[in-house]
Design a protein around this ligand. Sequence first.
Ligand code: S3P
Length: 435
Amino acid sequence: MEETKCIASIKHGLRGEVRIPGDKSISHRSVMFSALGSTPVHISNFLHAQDCMSTVACIRALGAKVDFLGEDELIVTGNGLYGLSEPQTILDAGNSGTTLRLMMGILAGQPFLSTFTGDTSLHTRPMKRVIKPLREMGAQIYGREKNTKLPIAIVPIGKKLHGMAYNSPVASAQVKSAILLAGLFADAPTTVIEPHASRDHTEQMLRAFGVPIETNRTAVTVRPMKTLVAPRSIEVPGDISSAAYWLVAGSIIPKSNLILKGVGINPTRTGILDILHAMGARITIQNERTSGGEKAADIHVETSMLKGTEFGSEIMPRLIDEIPILAVAALFAEGDTIITGAGELRFKETDRIQAIADQFNKFASGAIEDTENGLVIHGGKRMQRATCFSYDDHRIAMSLAVLGAAGRGVEIERPDCVNISYPTFYDTLLQVKQK
Ligand code: S3P
């Protein structure tokens, strides 16, 4: 464990090719859904990082077979849709909201007891958004603080869940996915309606497992299934949320020229490209293809002069994880950037609005204002070197590293949390940095 990490100012640009590690959302789903099939699924470009390994541990504890062939290549063999078995231990979701919330959906209708724990951060995060609809379907779920927080227990109900139509108050793929997965085990179709469309990896991958999914604007319907028909293989595309650090670093560090290889460009995830383009970034999409049923491409980024912009709730689900790094872009842009409708950031691995305001202002005092549900960022201020805290939040740590590299350097306290989603991040920064 490193206590601090020093990132020096980068003067001569970032250059070369970066192979982007597998998408975190798709990696989780590839293992979970394969465990519900009955034939082996070969998964490649899997994200071998802490969050996805929490999913692997849960899936193993439920009786599915997971064999790693290499760092990012594995075979998962399930025992059928109704073939999970009672875990002998408490399931540990670690830092991963996706593991916990999606697994709750899978386990809500099972004929056995399951219990969940997680790390300190996950214990503070809101689970009512999933527990409430699952209880409405008939599940018996109990948690701390009036059934809203970890630890959580799911008790067997001795009958099927009820299918239902649910109007979700939040645009959240984790909530939507949990309900749809529970719907596979229900007695009638289940529909989730969102205020704005969230990422659709669950829908895409369930289709690849032979599940008919109907969509109508922001409504998604699944029907009860007897079996899933697993594909032979899933190739996970690179994670645009990880590519995001290089998209911004390549834009704001002078003399940069990077090619990001094999990035997933599912339209429900590409809000960052729209915003960076609106800010004047020089980013082009090349070699479009499909990877594991999802759109992927190489992305070329070169240094450019960015200008401030404004965006809000409508685009938010398409870039929710990229706000910290977009705030870095905004600091280096000319003029102000106004972000609204970002209240969900308060419920991530840490309160990211507060973390951004508290830590980023150390580089340029007064540059960032914390508004109720967003941020105002005054770009173009003179930067100074700073010592900052990561809050053990991977996306805050990586954003601080880019901020320091583009500015006058940074010392990051508790930097190892990048292992949650991007274990090779600091090494890659050193590799592409021009001496
Ligand atoms: C995810 C959905 C998003 C995102 C998270 C991964 C997923 O969370 O922030 O990193 O894989 O479904 P919400 O659904 O809570 O917005």
